[in-house]
Design a protein around this ligand. Structure first.
Ligand SMILES: [Ca+2]
Ligand SMILES: [Ca+2]
Ligand SMILES: [Ca+2]
Length: 490
C-alpha cells in the first residue's frame, strides 16, 4: 500500500483559517506574507479554505459554494474577490508556499450548491426529515432554486450549466415559502452515504446527484482544471457523510494518474464511532485519510472532566490507534470552535497537552488549527503559538529512536524516545490530575545526563544507571524533558 501519510515523515499541516476571520479579502495576502515564517516554524503543508465564490460572496466562509470556477475572478454575488481575496492572490499565495517547501491542500465542497441563479419547477416528494427513506407526500411540483448559469463568468473555463437534473434534493419551495427535505423524483437519494436520518445524502442547499453521470463527469473535469490552474498538492474533502462513498475513489485515482502527484487527501467524515470510519476507509481501499474525530472527542471529554478522565485510556478506539497511516489528528477546527454547529471546544488548560499528544508521536498526520495558533479575534481567545512552535521544534529534532509508552495511570501518562547515535530523544508527560512524577526509561547510555523540562518550572532530573529518569509534571499540565545541554537551542 502506498503511504499517503505525510505525518510519517514528521510533516505538520495547518488548517489556515477559522470561521470568524474578517470578511476583508486579505487571507491570501497574509498566507503569502507568512510563508517563510510558517516554513521556519516547521509547517510542511497548509489546508486552505474553499477558494471559490460562495452564495454570500465576500461574507461566505466558502462552504455555501456557488460557482466552483470563480476563484475570486468574476463579479458574482456582489464582489470579485471571495472572503479570502482574488484568484491572482490565491495563486500567488500557493506559489509563495511552494517556494518555501510548503504543500497546499485545497478544500473541495462537492455535496451541495447554493445561491442559484434561477428557479425551476421541479417534481418532488417531501420526505420525513428524520427518516429520508420515507416519503410523506405524493409527487408534487414545487418551485426550487436549482438553476445555475453563472452569468458573471460567461462560460469561461466551463460552459456546464447546473439544473434540476443535477440535483437529488432541495429544502425550499419558493411558491409555498416552505422548508422541508424534498427529494427530486427524477432519481433517488445517493446510496453509500451515512445512515443517520435513514439516508444522510441531503445536508443543505441543492444536493448534487452523484447518480447522474453528467454531474460525475463535470466534477472529474473540474478536478483536472483545478490542478492545472492552482497546482495544489492535495485535498481536504468536505461532508463525506453525505456523498456516495464510491465517488472519490475514482476521482482521486484519475487525478493522481493525471497529475503524477501523490495528492495527499483527507476527508471530513464527522463521526465519533471508529467502526464507521474504518469501514469507510475499507470501502475506499484506504486511498485517503480521515480526520480522527474520535480522538477529538476524547480531548473534549478529558478537558471537561475535572481530572476524572482516564488518561491511561487516551487514544483507545481512535483512528490514529487503529489506522495510523490514514489518520489526520487535530485538536480543534472551524466546526468545533465556539459558536459553531459542532461546538466541542477543547479548553485552554488542556490544549497544550492535546497538541503534545498529536505532535510528539509518530502516528498520524497532525493538523494545527489557525484559531489555536493565532487566537480567535472575535472571541479574544489566546494564541498557543509559543507552545505549538516549541512542540513542532521538538517533533523535528527530538522524536528519534525507539519509543516507550507509559499509558498506565489514571492521570499521568507519558512516553519517551531513546534517541539514536546521531540524534537525541526526549521524555514527554501529560497530566489531567494533581502534580506528580513518573519513572520512565530514556536509554542506558543516558546515565548521569541531566534532563530539563522545557515547559513550566524548568525542573531537572538526573538519569540513573539503569537509564531511567524520575520526571515531574505539574497539575493539569505537560512536561517535555530533553538533555539540558541542548536546552539553550530551544
Ligand atoms: Ca449529498
Ligand atoms: Ca445526492
Ligand atoms: Ca484523570
Amino acid at each position: 500500500m502506498i503511504c499517503y501519510n505525510e505525518g510519517m515523515k514528521k510533516g505538520v499541516m495547518m488548517q489556515y483559517f477559522e470561521w470568524y476571520l474578517d470578511d476583508d479579502a486579505t487571507l491570501w495576502k497574509k498566507v503569502k506574507a507568512n510563508a517563510k515564517e510558517l516554513s521556519e516554524a516547521g509547517f510542511s503543508a497548509l489546508w486552505l479554505p474553499p477558494a471559490y465564490k460562495g452564495q454570500a460572496g465576500i461574507h461566505d466562509v466558502g462552504y455555501g459554494v456557488y460557482d466552483l470556477y470563480d476563484l475570486g475572478e468574476f463579479d458574482q454575488k456582489g464582489s470579485i474577490p471571495t472572503k479570502y481575496g482574488t484568484k491572482d492572490e490565491y495563486l500567488a499565495a500557493i506559489k509563495a508556499l511552494h517556494e518555501v517547501g510548503i504543500d497546499v491542500y485545497a478544500d473541495m465542497v462537492f455535496n451541495h450548491k447554493m445561491g442559484a441563479d434561477g428557479l425551476e419547477i421541479v417534481k418532488v416528494v417531501e420526505t420525513n426529515a428524520a427518516d429520508r427513506d420515507e416519503d410523506i407526500s405524493k409527487p408534487e411540483d414545487i418551485e426550487a432554486w436549482t438553476y445555475f448559469d453563472f452569468k458573471g463568468r460567461q462560460g469561461k473555463y466551463s460552459d456546464f450549466k447546473w439544473d434540476k437534473s443535477c440535483f437529488s434534493g432541495v429544502d425550499y419551495d419558493n411558491r409555498q415559502k416552505k422548508t422541508a427535505v424534498y427529494r427530486l423524483t427524477g432519481g433517488d437519494w445517493d446510496e453509500n452515504v451515512d445512515d443517520e436520518n435513514g439516508n444522510y445524502d441531503y445536508l443543505m442547499g441543492a444536493d448534487l446527484d452523484f447518480g447522474n453521470p453528467e454531474v460525475v463527469r463535470e466534477l472529474y473535469t473540474y478536478g483536472k482544471w483545478y490542478l492545472d490552474m492552482c497546482k495544489v498538492d492535495g485535498f481536504r474533502l468536505d461532508a463525506l457523510k453525505h456523498i456516495d462513498a464510491r465517488f472519490f475513489k475514482g476521482w482521486l485515482k484519475t487525478l493522481r494518474d493525471y497529475s503524477h502527484k501523490e495528492l495527499f487527501t483527507v476527508g471530513e467524515y464527522w463521526h465519533g464511532d471508529i467502526k464507521v470510519l474504518l469501514e469507510y476507509l475499507e470501502e475506499n481501499d484506504h486511498c485517503l485519510s480521515l480526520f480522527d474525530v474520535p480522538l477529538h472527542y476524547q480531548f473534549y471529554k478529558a478537558c471537561n472532566d475535572n481530572g476524572n478522565f482516564d488518561m491511561g485510556s487516551l487514544g483507545q478506539n481512535t483512528l490514529v490507534k487503529n489506522c495510523p497511516l490514514n489518520a489526520v489528528t487535530f485538536v480543534e477546527n472551524h466546526d468545533t470552535q465556539k459558536g459553531q454547529a459542532l461546538e466541542t471546544i477543547v479548553t485552554d488548560w488542556f490544549k497544550p497537552l492535546a497538541y503534545a499528544y498529536i505532535l510528539l508521536r509518530e502516528e498520524g498526520y497532525p493538523c494545527v488549527f489557525y484559531g489555536d495558533y493565532y487566537g480567535i479575534k472575535k472571541f479574544n481567545t489566546r494564541s498557543f503559538k509559543k507552545e505549538i512552535d516549541l512542540l513542532i521544534k521538538l517533533r523535528h529534532k527530538k522524536m528519534n529512536g525507539k519509543r516507550h509508552d507509559y499509558f498506565d495511570h489514571f492521570n499521568i501518562v507519558g512516553w519517551t524516545f531513546e534517541g539514536t547515535d546521531l540524534h537525541d530523544g526526549m521524555a514527554a508527560l501529560i497530566n489531567d490530575g494533581p502534580m506528580g512524577e513518573k519513572m520512565m526509561y530514556v536509554g542506558k547510555d543516558k546515565k548521569g545526563q541531566v534532563y530539563q523540562n522545557l515547559f513550566g518550572a524548568k525542573d531537572e532530573t538526573v538519569i540513573d544507571e539503569n537509564g531511567n529518569g524520575l520526571f515531574k509534571v505539574d497539575g493539569g499540565n505537560l512536561s517535555v524533558y530533553i538533555n539540558k545541554v541542548d536546552c539553550r537551542s530551544f
